[in-house]
Design a protein around this ligand. Structure first.
Ligand SMILES: Cc1cc2nc3c(=O)[nH]c(=O)nc-3n(C[C@H](O)[C@H](O)[C@H](O)COP(=O)(O)OP(=O)(O)OC[C@H]3O[C@@H](n4cnc5c(N)ncnc54)[C@H](O)[C@@H]3O)c2cc1C
Ligand code: SF4
Length: 347
């Protein structure tokens, strides 16, 4: 691990100033915020992240979970994943989110991991963690190891099948985003609240993470110096008909190969609203509103669900070891929607 300085501010604006502080040589310091540290410390130990300064944000007043006037809920960026999942209002009104968080990591990790940090966790691509291997996501200069993508011609079982092509038709990165929580937030249409050198702004979750395109180094749309302060949930939480189906190599303590956050509203057996977000298949949680629209006004049957599954996977592309995910994802969507509609048992 490289040497770094450490600071622990008590308010948000000081934290932003500390991150943006200029080094004596005039260059912006490669500083990082640190929250629970469950991802960043691992990356520093592996020499993948090499900040010269850590801005510890754990003393910032961002731990509360509070009701909003519009009937929604605000989750503090520094509330832990455990405190969020077990919060009575989250359990009652957003059980999809609660169950999704509890499907991730382990109890110990969830006690440390924060809501903000969960959004920023980096891909689990093996080649990204191995600095001797080529990686376009890790590579931001000559000191970062060889460029290229180790996964494209390598072992890519856990990699993406959707949204991998850049605008020029080339593929530079097939990493997936590993967060479970972000998949439920995508299904629920959450909004990310951010503060930075240019003031406050909100970002719909659909615009927060990004596809790799020709800049795979960039995981999200945050500007340098911006900090996530909270995540807002809209009033609609789909408490009656929902499921987070996570398919993985072990029953616990493993990242998703494919996951589905499904939420429905039903009038009798007719679908009146539907949300489907996929994890483990792309550089960001994957939604396709046109696929969800196919369900509206239709009976909740396997045949209807299969239409949405086909539409969601329409542009999917396998890279060899991960091609099985295309069929797996379709079947997972049909099963998840069936479970959300209570047509089949959850286990
Ligand atoms: C063994 C293991 C298994 C895991 N399994 C799963 C799993 O199954 N599913 C899953 O979803 N996750 C899993 N995780 C990942 C875990 O959920 C994340 O590591 C955790 O959520 C990160 O939160 P943190 O607070 O520790 O972030 P940190 O490690 O402190 O920070 C991560 C990144 O976020 C940035 N950051 C943190 N907070 C903010 C903020 N408020 N504003 C701006 N930037 C910020 C930091 O600068 C850093 O770049 C696993 C982790 C481990 C180690
Ligand atoms: S898939 Fe992305 S993260 Fe993995 S090696 Fe290729 S460029 Fe790097």
């Amino acid at each position: 691990m490289n040497p770094f300085s450490y600071t622990r501010p008590h308010d948000v604006s000081t934290a932003v100033d500390e991150l943006l502080a200029i080094e004596p040589n005039g260059n912006p310091a490669p500083a990082k915020f640190i929250a629970g540290g469950t991802n960043l410390i691992d990356l520093m130990k592996e020499n993948v992240e090499r900040p010269v300064k850590l801005v510890d944000i754990n003393r910032l007043p961002l731990t509360t979970i509070e009701e909003l006037e519009d009937g929604g809920l605000r989750l503090g960026a520094l509330a832990t994943n455990a405190d969020t999942a077990y919060h009575p209002l989250v359990e009652q009104r957003y059980p999809l989110l609660s169950e999704t968080i509890l499907a991730g990591a382990s109890a110990q990790l969830r006690n440390m991991a924060t809501n903000g940090g969960n959004l920023f966790q980096r891909t689990r691509c093996y080649y990204f963690y191995d600095t001797s291997m080529p990686c376009n996501k890790r590579n931001t200069g000559p000191s970062e190891g060889p460029s290229g993508c180790g996964a494209l011609g390598g072992y890519n079982r856990i990699h993406a099948i959707l949204g991998t092509e850049a605008s020029d038709g080339n593929v530079h990165c097939i990493a997936t985003h590993p967060s479970d929580m972000a998949v439920a937030l995508a299904a629920l249409d959450a909004t990310i609240r951010v503060t930075g050198p240019n003031g406050d702004r909100t970002i719909p979750i659909a615009d927060f993470h990004r596809l790799p395109g020709d800049r795979p180094q960039q995981d999200n749309t945050l500007q340098h110096g911006e900090i996530v302060t909270a995540i807002d949930l809209p009033p609609k939480g789909f408490p009656d008909y929902h499921i987070y189906l996570k398919l993985r190599d072990r029953a616990s303590y493993a990242f998703a190969i494919v996951s589905v956050a499904a939420a429905l509203e039903l009038d009798g057996d007719t679908i009146t609203d539907a949300r489907i977000a996929l994890g483990g298949v792309a550089h960001m949680p994957w939604r396709k509103p046109e696929a969800e629209d196919l369900l509206i006004g239709k009976p909740a049957t396997k045949e209807t669900f299969a239409l949405a599954a086909e539409a969601l996977l329409e542009s999917a592309q396998g890279y060899g070891h991960n091609t099985f995910k295309i069929e797996l994802a379709k079947r997972a969507i049909v099963r998840a929607l069936g479970q959300a509609a209570k047509l089949e048992p959850t286990e």
